[in-house]
Design a protein around this ligand. Structure first.
Ligand code: UD1
Ligand code: UDP
Length: 373
């Protein structure tokens, strides 16, 4: 019998965990002699229905056993309170492994609570680096990697980053593992694209823009919390919107700041954050993507769309190297130039950068090999 506690809390983690939970069920079905029990802890970092519940419903993620309701507030308070609550749960549940995803405050809180109780941590999406320590995500990633026993990397580059920091294949426990398994978000895109149906609300929006549009998302602190950057980006999206509609599913963080500073959005087609199925529809049907999201950069490539990234650096460097993605920061002229060029681009999306769509299975297989031996 093996028990895994999965810690999730923010939107991208629901997408990633959906893949691994499904792989776990699949494994358990094929190996009835190996009992695996997954206990899901939702920290509550994201809590609006369309930032959380909709993903559980659409992607059929098992209902969390615990919801800590720890959304909002400063990073220190949020992370500290999560840490204390997760520790209580781990003491009660006594799992063999704690599974964490990505680079949010929920990730580091889960990993830290586990390692202090000597419970091995498996980190999915390990080894990514932006080399920008001002990003909260970079701090979370580096610290989580340092205290994890299983470092599941999505790319060769991520493995190289870890090795460059002195990580070796086996260290101390003898259980220490670094493995390039591919990207779980690729697994998700492959699996859900065949079943995703757009909502009626989105179908009406698509009709309104005559099925020709760019898709934009903005939520990174480096953009939302810097008025010059945010205004430049909005001005550029407004300008693009005069030629081709731009649909912007607005993250609550950005919505709050836009309201607070009374920033006008006249032409951009702003909609509420959408569920994963609507997002797939938007990615499938758009002409191109403008984003500062980590996940959406890759999804643009999965759905064969050129991507313009509204950041100064990216962890997904292979997308830039292959010309699928252009980094423009928050520079008004560069954004407009990149959009013009992207509409004329002929890109070959046949190169496979993120594995073969079985990252979830590989992760479960590896954990089971060690824990159940
Ligand atoms: C977090 C992650 C970021 C990730 C993003 C995905 C950290 C440090 N940041 O950023 O890495 O890219 O999630 O979307 O963990 N809010 C709501 N409703 C919600 C969720 C948030 O209104 O359901 C508002 C709250 O005012 C909250 C603010 O958004 O204070 C920011 O949320 P938070 O989870 O702190 O950070 P994100 O910007 O979402
Ligand atoms: N996403 C979504 N609806 C939206 C915006 C994003 O379903 O309105 C999905 C997106 O397709 C991807 C994930 O959320 O799978 C990315 O999350 P986000 O951009 O919030 O975080 P990041 O990847 O930057 O950490």
């Amino acid at each position: 019998m093996m028990k895994i506690v999965t810690i999730i809390g923010a939107r991208p983690q629901f997408v990633k965990a959906a893949v691994v939970s499904r792989a776990l069920d699949f494994f358990a079905e094929r190996h009835r002699n190996k009992q695996i029990n997954e206990v899901i802890v939702h920290t509550g970092q994201h809590y609006d229905t369309n930032m959380s519940d909709i993903f559980f419903a659409e992607m059929q993620i098992p209902k969390p056993h615990y919801n800590l309701h720890m959304g909002g507030g400063y990073h220190g308070v949020m992370t500290g309170q999560m840490l204390a609550k997760i520790e209580e749960i781990l003491l009660e549940e006594k799992p063999d492994v704690v599974l964490v995803y990505g680079d949010t405050n929920s990730t580091i809180a889960g990993a830290l609570a586990a390692v202090k109780l000597h419970i091995p941590v498996a980190h999915v999406e390990s080894g990514l680096r932006s080399f920008n320590m001002r990003m909260p995500e970079e701090v979370n990633r580096i610290l989580t990697d340092r205290i994890s026993s299983w470092l599941f990397c999505p790319t060769k580059k991520a493995v190289n980053n870890l090795q460059g920091e002195g990580f070796m294949r086996k260290e101390m426990t003898g259980k220490y593992l670094i493995e390039n398994v591919g990207d779980v978000m690729y697994d998700a895109a492959l699996f859900y694209k065949d079943i995703a149906q757009p909502s009626e609300t989105l179908s009406n929006v698509l009709k309104e823009v005559n099925y020709k549009f760019y898709l934009a998302t903005i939520h990174r602190a480096e953009n939302t919390d810097d008025m010059v950057r945010l205004k430049n980006i909005i001005k550029a999206l407004e300008c693009i919107s005069r030629n081709i509609p731009v649909i912007l599913p607005l993250h609550p963080r950005t919505r709050n700041i836009i309201q607070q500073y009374n920033i006008q959005l006249d032409n951009i087609k702003v909609i509420d954050p959408v569920g994963y199925f609507d997002m797939i529809t938007l990615l499938e049907q758009c002409q191109g993507v403008l984003t500062d999201s980590g996940g959406v950069q890759k999804e643009a490539y999965f759905f064969c769309k050129p991507c313009i990234t509204l950041r100064d650096e990216t962890e997904w460097v292979e997308l830039v190297e292959h010309g699928y993605n252009v980094l423009v920061g928050a520079d008004y002229d560069k954004i407009l130039q990149a959009q013009k060029e992207s509409s004329a681009k002929q890109l070959d999306f046949s190169i496979k950068l993120y594995g073969d769509g079985t990252a979830g299975d590989k992760i479960i297989q590896k954990i089971v090999e060690v824990v159940l031996k």
